[in-house]
Design a protein around this ligand. Structure first.
Ligand SMILES: Nc1ncnc2c1ncn2[C@@H]1O[C@H](COP(=O)(O)OP(=O)(O)OP(=O)(O)O)[C@@H](O)[C@H]1O
Ligand SMILES: [Mg+2]
Length: 167
């Protein structure tokens, strides 16, 4: 199956399946090509080739799609060369993911509201404020994991999340 179809199919169901996370991240990034190709932002994935685990694949693709869209729409607004770095590591059955962008970041006050339902600074241009709320729900409910966001104004935004292999 073409990678974008596999990612789209995963997003529409909640099946737990075995994924190779490095390949899967490539598929997700590929599916965003129509949006990324108009920009000169870069996404670097640091992940060993052979990391495989059982997970709700749809949750993984929705999480990264939301985070990457947010970096493009919010972090890199008015910036031509944004950078996203994704680090993946595994300790026994625990999968650790770190996502960071080098965009505009958020003040401590705004960061407090980041995961709130309906919190958006883009109300006038179609933001609903559900993106990060959904990301948090997916990490905690679908993956049974935890997520923490760290930021400062003009210092980018980063997320650290972790969860266990579901097998
Ligand atoms: N990577 C980021 N860098 C800086 N600010 C961000 C970043 N991601 C999110 N934000 C801020 O957090 C707010 C909430 O993000 P969220 O994804 O929940 O909603 P949204 O993107 O505005 O709307 P939606 O995702 O529903 O289309 C954004 O409006 C923006 O102000
Ligand atoms: Mg969003």
């Amino acid at each position: 199956m073409a990678s974008f179809k596999r990612v789209a199919t995963d997003q529409s169901n909640d099946k737990v399946r075995l994924i190779n996370i490095g390949e899967y991240l490539d598929d997700i990034i590929h599916s965003l090509h129509p949006i990324l190709k108009r920009k000169s932002h870069t996404i670097k994935v640091n992940c060993l080739k052979n990391i495989e685990f059982y997970v709700h694949a749809g949750a993984i693709s929705q999480i990264f799609t939301n985070l990457i869209m947010n970096s493009i729409l919010h972090a890199f607004e008015g910036m031509s060369r944004g950078e996203i770095i994704i680090n993946i590591s595994v300790e026994n059955q625990l999968i650790k993911m770190q996502y960071q962008d080098n965009g505009c970041g958020m003040s401590p006050k705004s960061l407090d509201k980041l995961f709130d339902q309906f919190y958006t600074t883009k109300e006038n241009s179609g933001g609903s404020g559900l993106g990060t709320y959904i990301v948090k729900r997916l990490v905690t409910d679908s993956l049974n994991g935890t997520i923490v966001a760290t930021s400062n104004l003009n210092e980018g935004l980063s997320y650290a999340f972790e969860f266990y292999n579901m097998q």
